[in-house]
Write a protein that binds this ligand. Structure first.
Ligand SMILES: C[S@@+](CC[C@H](N)C(=O)[O-])C[C@H]1O[C@@H](n2cnc3c(N)ncnc32)[C@H](O)[C@@H]1O
Length: 435
């Protein structure tokens, strides 16, 4: 719809998220319809409204005498977008009010302009009311607040607060092209402030995010955007030339590429992903970085579908998970994830681990990874697996990062630093003759 007000577009994206689409599904088509210079504004409105959704919605529900009709739900979203601007932007409140009322009219709801105007005028005049509960004050769904409090009695508030901040932009320097100090110099040369990450050997954190086309030699594969926690898989895999490596849940290929950059002369890297839609992203990343892997679409758990029977020296199993460690980067997770998702996810994770274990060489190493902060998807999976798999041994990660859970290391998201992540390193201690 050409000429539609920005807030109306944001409200429609928010409605799609509320109906179950992720921002990465519904935002790109909306952005494409806008001139390039207007895209960051729409993106900021949608990300910000998702991030603060539960807090903004708590306020809006308090201000509305009765909920809008289901068919007018998009106007509820429009008011959330406006409240986001009132509470979290520098926009003058009169401009927010006028433009939101205009957007309401443009969305063919002239009968609701009075209500929108009244609600927002009161919100601007009175300021934010005290939050009625912790879901509203921390701006997370009630079940997530409860679960985090239960799982992390000392850290839950810090996790929730960190989730509401913006994640830093972190790069992984392609070790085949530059060493980290050289690339830091290149960045300084173009006026981009950055520093080395504390734990990942090829990581660089930028002081402020920049578009990737400002990064020296990005298109030529000098660097990739990847959080520091995600980069740590390389150290844990302990790669060496001649190894056969499987990346079992590979798309979009961030870790596949990190593996190939980190070690020349691997005997081969197989990158599998179940999602046909996400597979091209692996190919694009490999092409930009000029790296080779065998990319295959398959359900990794169904080894008959894809495995040629040759055992792997190294397996990276970066399982599908709740993604609750990366809420800063994907604030729509707060709206999309349900408490009832966790048990089925844990079932899938354990099934993948059991299936892929059979493809690991004796003496080989499997790194299990999630970007979740829930023990049900992390150390409890590893405990269950170790109980039922006599030949699996847990290797202690000799690491300065994260918490030792006794069955893997848990990183919680840290402000101005890495995301939430979990790693466990398992070694196959079975004797070759037993196989
Ligand atoms: C956490 S993401 C992987 C991120 C990736 N390792 C990276 O660093 O770029 C999990 C991936 O698992 C894939 N997946 C889910 N179930 C799978 C299965 N049974 N077999 C293979 N891939 C699967 C999803 O499509 C998704 O791309």
């Amino acid at each position: 719809m050409p000429g539609q007000p920005m807030r109306a577009r944001a409200a429609q994206v928010m409605l799609a998220v509320e109906q179950g689409q992720s921002l990465s599904q519904c935002l790109p088509p909306a952005l494409k319809r806008l001139p390039e210079n207007e895209r960051p504004a729409l993106q900021a409105l949608c990300f910000g409204t998702c991030r603060w959704f539960f807090r903004l919605d708590g306020e809006l529900q308090q201000r509305l005498r009765k909920p809008l009709k289901p068919l007018d739900r998009v106007i509820h979203q429009l008011m959330l977008v406006a409240l986001f601007q009132l509470r979290h932007s520098q926009q003058a409140s009169y401009a927010v009010l006028n433009e939101t009322v205009e957007a309401c009219r443009a969305m063919n709801r002239p009968h609701l302009t009075g209500l929108v105007n009244g609600v927002l005028r009161a919100a601007a005049r009175e300021g934010e009311p005290p939050p009625q509960n912790q879901s509203v004050s921390f701006s997370h769904p009630p079940w997530m607040v409860e679960k985090l409090r239960h799982n992390w009695p000392d850290d839950w508030q810090a996790i929730l607060d960190t989730n509401n901040t913006q994640a830093p932009m972190t790069l992984r320097v392609n070790a085949r092209r530059f060493d980290r100090d050289q690339y830091l110099e290149l960045l300084a040369g173009v006026g981009i402030q950055a520093s080395a990450t504390a734990f990942a050997p090829h990581g660089i954190q930028l002081a402020t995010p920049v578009p990737v086309d400002r990064l020296p030699y990005f298109a030529d594969g000098a660097v990739s955007v990847q959080d520091e926690a995600a980069q740590l898989c390389i150290t844990l895999l302990d790669l060496a030339p001649g190894q056969r490596v499987l990346d079992a849940c590979a798309a979009p290929g961030g870790k596949t590429c990190a593996i190939l950059e980190a070690c020349k002369g691997l005997a081969g890297v197989i990158a599998i992903d179940e999602s046909a839609d996400r597979l091209p992203r692996i190919e694009e990343n490999l092409a930009r970085l000029d790296l080779d892997a065998t990319v295959q679409q398959a359900d990794a758990a169904n080894t008959d579908q894809w495995w040629d029977g040759q055992l792997f020296d190294r397996i990276l199993l970066d399982v599908p998970c709740s993604a609750t460690g990366v809420i800063r980067r994907h604030p729509d997770i707060k709206l999309l994830r349900r408490e009832s998702d966790i048990v089925p996810l844990a079932g899938i994770q354990l099934a993948l681990l059991n299936a892929l274990w059979r493809t690991l060489k004796p003496g080989g190493r499997l790194v299990y990874a999630t970007c979740s902060v829930f023990p049900q998807e992390n150390h409890r999976i590893i405990r269950r697996f170790l109980k039922q798999t006599a030949e699996a041994a847990l290797l202690e990660a000799d690491a300065l990062w994260g918490h030792d859970t006794g069955a893997g290391r848990q990183l919680l998201p840290v402000p101005h630093s890495h995301d939430g992540f979990f790693y466990a390193v398992l070694e196959n201690r079975s004797n070759e003759r037993e196989l």
